[in-house]
Design a protein around this ligand. Structure first.
Ligand SMILES: [Zn+2]
Ligand SMILES: [Zn+2]
Ligand SMILES: [Zn+2]
Length: 344
């Protein structure tokens, strides 16, 4: 890579979102006067009587969870969306535009053990979770009013996770949400122009460069993208072209579980803490159309910057101008790559 990208301020382009990012590698030398104390890892019990996700416990709507033994899936008791007949919303203004949105929000517990995180799950158990992600995508995506299935996990109090119990959310919506909509449009445009897939081409370039790859297995590669905004942001990309969870082969499902465990173990080892993040998958829409442009991937957006408690904030220039980072994606990848895959 051009050495200047290590030394001087520059802009990098994110071709998936068609946005720019400011990189300021020279700023890593500036004095830091913020908080420096490290977080303490609290011991979490395997069963928590007050947890609304643990087996056999009562949820706020009065229902009792079954004594589930692997995955457990149920409708969110406080859904952000409901399956409702669309009644037009008329504001009478061309500037204040609103429209009805219907959909459904579900919760999927990964495991009955309250103390587990992705990094501490067994490959076999996490493969069952991948199977459930595929089933939910197929089931919800088949509903005529559902055009997108977004699966995501908020991990840690810092990310506003409501419970430490290992679980994710599945939001299925009538409209394709903005992030996958923008990425889909960029991928479609690239396919039309180059007659190849944007992310297939990107994976090939990263494999040739070997600078930003964190780890890989037969089916997937984990890397810090060239255009990463968050300090230790990563993407997990399939090595072969595929669009959505239901298309994953048995081997690819096991490999996805395996690489998720390896990436989150490295994250935990980075600051010797249960590493917080928002993680989620981008897959092709379920709108009944062909989507040859869509390449399946996961994004990890972790907030931590330099310790278990010091996080990056998106403020100032980032809110008003554009995202900015100090440590380069290459040095973040180097640090993640150097870490052990044995949990601390
Ligand atoms: Zn629990
Ligand atoms: Zn592809
Ligand atoms: Zn994406």
């Amino acid at each position: 890579m051009n050495e200047l990208l290590n030394k001087r301020p520059h802009r990098r382009y994110n071709p998936l979102k068609k946005q720019w990012l400011l990189v300021s590698p020279q700023r890593t030398q500036r004095p830091w006067q913020g908080e420096t104390n490290d977080g303490v890892v609290a011991k979490v019990p395997s069963y928590e009587p007050t947890c609304y996700l643990c087996p056999g416990n009562k949820r706020s709507n009065g229902e009792t969870n079954p004594q589930y033994t692997n995955v457990f899936e149920f409708p969110n008791d406080f859904p952000a969306l409901r399956m409702e007949e669309a009644t037009p919303v008329e504001t009478g203004s061309k500037l204040m535009v609103a429209e009805p949105e219907s959909g459904t929000c579900r919760v999927l517990c990964f495991h009955p053990d309250h103390s587990l995180t992705l990094s501490q799950m067994k490959v076999d158990d996490l493969t069952l979770v991948v199977d459930a992600w595929a089933e939910e995508t197929a089931k919800l995506g088949a509903l005529p009013t559902i055009n997108y299935v977004e699966i995501f996990e908020n991990r840690g109090a810092m990310m506003g996770a409501s419970s430490p119990h290992p679980h994710c959310q599945i939001w299925a919506t009538e409209h394709i949400p903005d992030e996958p909509l923008a990425e889909g449009a960029a991928q479609a445009e690239y396919l039309a122009e180059h007659h190849s897939c944007l992310l297939c081409d990107y994976v090939k370039e990263e494999q040739a460069a070997q600078e930003r790859i964190v780890c890989e297995n037969e089916s997937f590669v984990a890397l810090v993208p060239f255009w990463a905004v968050w300090p230790f942001e990563t993407m997990i990309l399939s090595k072969t072209h595929l669009g959505a969870f239901p298309e994953l082969s048995a081997k690819q499902r096991t490999d996805l579980a395996e690489i998720l465990i390896r990436v989150t173990t490295r994250y935990d080892n980075l600051f010797q803490t249960s590493f917080p993040y928002t993680m989620g998958f981008h897959q092709s829409p379920t709108d009944g159309k062909e989507h040859p442009e869509w390449h399946f991937h996961a994004h990890f957006y972790p907030p931590l910057l330099r310790s278990a408690t010091i996080r990056k904030f998106m403020v100032g220039f980032e809110l008003l101008g554009m995202p900015q980072r100090d440590i380069t994606p290459e040095s973040a990848a180097e640090r993640l790559r150097a870490l052990s895959e044995v949990h601390f």
